[in-house]
Design a protein around this ligand. Structure first.
Ligand code: FES
Length: 213
């Protein structure tokens, strides 16, 4: 990777894209994860594999404060412990039935997931607010080329004419998640321009990626 993703933190999603009582797939350099938010608003991340028969937990559903597997309905708490097995409603699930979890931090509208034990909190981007995320079928180098600038150590590329920055997170294969952050207080026209410019960079990066293939 051309930059250190803020130590062991990965910006996996924007907070706005993870409403309460939902689950979604996400990706870190350690592999795919199930990202979910409880009814009360707590964001959690776990391995994307149910300990029962291996179904992807990111395809599951959230009830209250638990994530349930879509296959047989085993439910897991934010700490990874199995708390319910529907086929055996009177059984207290053994402690050993657990799913691996990842540390989550949510700052300024960005959901960060740790790989391993982080030594510092995720970076903060003063004066910026998230606008949207875009997935590009291009690697980070292609996005840097399309934007005409390099990502910094936090994974930021700066596109000054639109007063926005892109926070990059490498995804599986040659894909990259671009979180578009814009200066706070910009007017609606600026938001539209930033969004269009981000799309233009995505298209150009994908074209460069195809040329290189
Ligand atoms: S595979 Fe998840 S509950 Fe059976």
């Amino acid at each position: 990777m051309p930059f250190d993703t803020a130590g062991s933190w990965t910006p996996v999603a924007l907070s706005a894209d993870l409403p309460p009582a939902t689950a979604m797939p996400a990706w870190t350099p350690a592999g795919s994860i199930a990202l979910w938010r409880s009814q009360s608003g707590r964001a959690s991340a776990s391995a994307d594999r149910c300990p029962h028969r291996g179904m992807r937990l990111s395809h599951g559903f959230v009830r209250g404060e638990a994530l349930s597997c879509i296959y047989h309905g085993w439910s897991y708490s934010p700490d990874g412990g199995c708390i319910r097995i529907p086929a055996h409603p009177d059984l207290v699930p053994p402690e050993a039935i657990r799913v691996a979890i990842h540390k989550v931090d949510e700052l300024d509208g960005i959901v960060w997931v740790a790989v391993g034990e982080p030594t510092a909190p995720p970076p903060r981007f003063a004066g910026r607010t998230p606008l949207r995320s875009i997935t590009a079928n291009a690697d980070i180098s292609a996005i840097e080329s399309a934007a005409g600038t390099k990502a910094d150590a936090d994974g930021l590329i700066r596109v000054s004419q639109a007063r926005w920055v892109g926070l990059l997170a490498a995804q599986q294969g040659d894909r990259t998640l671009i979180h578009v952050l814009i200066e706070q207080g910009r007017n609606p026209a600026d938001l539209v321009m930033a969004s269009r410019l981000a799309e233009a960079i995505r298209r150009q990066a994908e074209a460069l990626q195809q040329e290189a293939a």
